[in-house]
Design a protein around this ligand. Structure first.
Ligand code: GLN
Length: 231
């Protein structure tokens, strides 16, 4: 299981969101607190953000986040109002390469998948960035449209009942997420909203999102909708 984080709010540095918090993605890469599958997240990382022209930008690597001195040096100077970041624990048999690390993109959205899915139930596509299950799932979600994210997840879960399908996506003005088999928490701060696989600190305002829900964040409003599954 990977760990991911989304931010929508005022401009914040990438370091303040990912490296600085006491239990942020950097620490989660070697000592996650709530990870149920896998022990650590050392198979790569990715940070995506929207620039001043609302273009998605990405920095991804197949090496552990804790060893990346370049990201540590530059990320305090990179700022954005909308961010999707992840550290990766590769599922068995999946490739270890930068293109297998979230966030994936279709040029408009950034998307991370925390979980696992049988690639055999996903539509064949040439649009996936990698052969990793998450990239093929991302291509399917982009193809169906993010407005149909909840329906797409319920459909994939029906085809693969063992799938875990926690998605986190952003387009610069919205965050969308699903919980299906793993943890997700939300923190509403004065300057924006954080969605994260697990809290990056012990602030009492963190709330856990129940399983099988769709979460939408727009300009400080957080909406939860139950997802109806077949089981
Ligand atoms: N299945 C995905 C991969 O192999 C995601 C794994 C995860 O959530 N740990 O990268």
């Amino acid at each position: 299981m990977c760990r991911h984080l989304g931010w929508l709010g005022e401009s914040a540095s990438l370091a303040s969101l990912t490296l600085d918090p006491p239990s942020g993605l950097l620490v989660q890469s070697y000592a996650p607190r709530r990870q149920k599958h896998g022990l650590l997240n050392a198979d790569g990382w990715g940070v995506g953000f929207f620039d001043d022209l609302s273009q998605p930008r990405r920095w991804r690597s197949a090496a552990p986040l804790w060893g990346d001195a370049s990201f540590a040096s530059v990320s305090p100077a990179l700022r954005s109002s909308c961010v999707v970041a992840a550290v990766r624990s590769a599922s068995v048999g999946m490739p270890i390469e930068p293109s297998a690390c979230a966030p994936f993109t279709d040029g408009r959205w950034l998307l991370s998948h925390n979980g696992i899915v049988d690639r055999g139930v996903l539509p064949l596509t040439s649009a996936a960035e990698s052969t990793v299950d998450s990239a093929i799932l991302a291509a399917m979600i982009f193809e169906r449209g993010l407005d149909n994210l909840g329906d797409t997840i319920v459909e994939v879960a029906a085809a693969d009942p063992g799938a875990r399908l926690n998605i986190l996506a952003a387009n610069g003005s919205r965050l969308l997420a699903t919980t299906w088999g793993d943890t997700l928490s939300v923190l509403e701060r004065a300057d924006g909203v954080v969605l994260a696989s697990e809290p990056y600190d012990d602030h009492p305002d963190w709330r856990d999102i129940p399983d099988r829900h769709l979460v939408e964040v727009t300009e400080q409003r957080v909406t939860l909708t139950p997802l109806r599954g077949s089981s």
